[in-house]
Design a protein. Structure first.
Length: 393
């Protein structure tokens, strides 16, 4: 991240940082909550909460809702996050497409720009980002631009290792080996820049704006061009000391078509199967209907993907004692529904003696989860508590 100066309304700093982030995280989790309840859940004094809430209101980060009349005492006023409080720009660097989104404080996508390529090169990615950021000056109003908290890049790691799967020419991806994407973007970007793994960013999107916040401890699978995911413990995304936590795509899977999950449960395998059957894989991006119209090809891919995800889910639960396994991916909602159903059936056939069960849950965000997750990076960096809010009820 670069040394950028932001307005107070989009960058919390100083002595009050911890408590403000604590309260903002609590409001996001509950949707709307009165000051008295904030004080109870955080163990802060009523006076401290009032002072902080006045400041957050002045910073246009929260807003008062209609009074709620209770059975006893004065009506209470719940506070919610303000949609216009802050914005995040997210960029997904994909294997077949690159996507930029602008997100408001509540997670609504205000703008989305996407470009396709045969495979990602560093030059093509930087050109897209530079050109698209430049157009935001004219496509968004000055009030929005002034409250952008930063730009988050959701980027696959070690892209050069997947030349064959991308059908790229030998050496075409080598420029990524020593390329510092973060440093390059910081040379022309007016906002702070953050970078993270694409699947981990998708996990952050589900946690922040989807169903992930309902499950304190969960593993998140995202089946994109490659399989990947993320880990959430005690309500917090966990990357681990060396970034390996939640690296689900690298998880070994028994008796699979490959040695790792991403070699037997990824969309690129469906593309290969389509090509072998004489179908054009580009149809997957051009039409949602084509997924389930592929007949035996789709069924075979779905069956193997579900089998491998089921093994990976049980393995993770044996180590981490998970509340839930959440599954999403770069495909239509009806495909996600069928995949989750099939994973449940595969899990039921695996010997799980000695293990407590977990909830199997559909993700809610879908194909744009990685770009939205990129936009989450600056929002989380500026407005989320480092440790999750207290779970008192």
């Amino acid at each position: 991240m670069g040394n950028h100066e932001l307005s107070r309304g989009t960058n919390l700093s100083g002595v009050r940082l911890y408590n403000e982030r604590l309260i903002l995280s609590l409001i996001r989790r509950h949707g709307a909550i009165p000051k008295a309840e904030i004080a109870r859940l955080t163990s802060l004094s009523a006076q401290t909460v009032s002072v902080i809430m006045r400041q957050l209101d002045a910073d246009s980060l929260v807003q008062a809702q209609s009074r709620i009349k209770g059975k006893i005492g004065q009506p209470s006023v719940p506070f919610s996050l303000k949609r216009e409080g802050a914005y995040g720009i997210g960029i997904k660097v994909g294997r077949r497409t690159i996507e930029l989104v602008v997100l408001d404080f509540l997670g609504t996508v205000l703008l989305s720009v996407e470009e396709a390529y045969a495979y990602p090169t560093a030059n093509a990615v930087v050109r897209f980002i530079k050109d698209t950021l430049a157009t935001l000056e004219t496509r968004l109003g000055g009030e929005i631009l002034a409250r952008v908290a930063g730009v988050g890049i959701a980027n696959p790691f070690q892209l050069w290792n997947w030349t064959e799967e991308l059908n790229a020419p030998d050496g075409a991806m080598d420029d990524w080996r020593d390329f510092d994407l973060l440093a390059e973007i910081e040379t022309f970007c007016r906002w702070p820049v953050y970078i993270g793994n694409d699947a981990t960013a998708a996990c952050a999107a589900e946690l922040t704006f989807g169903i992930g916040s309902d499950h304190d401890d969960h593993i998140y699978f995202f089946i994109g061009f490659f399989a990947g995911g993320g880990l959430v413990l005690n309500g917090n995304p966990v990357a681990g000391k060396r970034g390996n936590a939640g690296a689900l795509g690298s998880m070994p899977v028994p008796d699979g078509a490959g040695e790792q999950l991403n070699q037997c449960a990824s969309v690129y395998l469906l593309e290969q199967m389509m090509s072998e059957a004489g179908d054009d894989p580009l149809q997957l991006r051009e039409s949602e209907k084509i997924w389930t119209e592929l007949g035996e090809t789709f069924d075979a891919w779905l069956n193997e993907t579900a089998r491998c995800v089921a093994f990976a889910a049980i393995t993770a639960s044996a180590v981490l004692d998970l509340d839930a396994v959440i599954i999403d991916g770069a495909f239509p909602g009806n495909v996600r529904n069928r995949l989750v159903d099939q994973v449940g059936k595969k899990i039921a056939k695996i010997d799980r003696r000695g293990l407590t069960g977990f909830d199997l849950v559909e993700g809610t965000i879908g194909s744009s989860a990685r770009a939205i997750g990129g936009a989450c990076l600056p929002l989380m960096a500026n407005f989320a508590r480092n440790q999750d809010v207290l779970f008192k009820t």
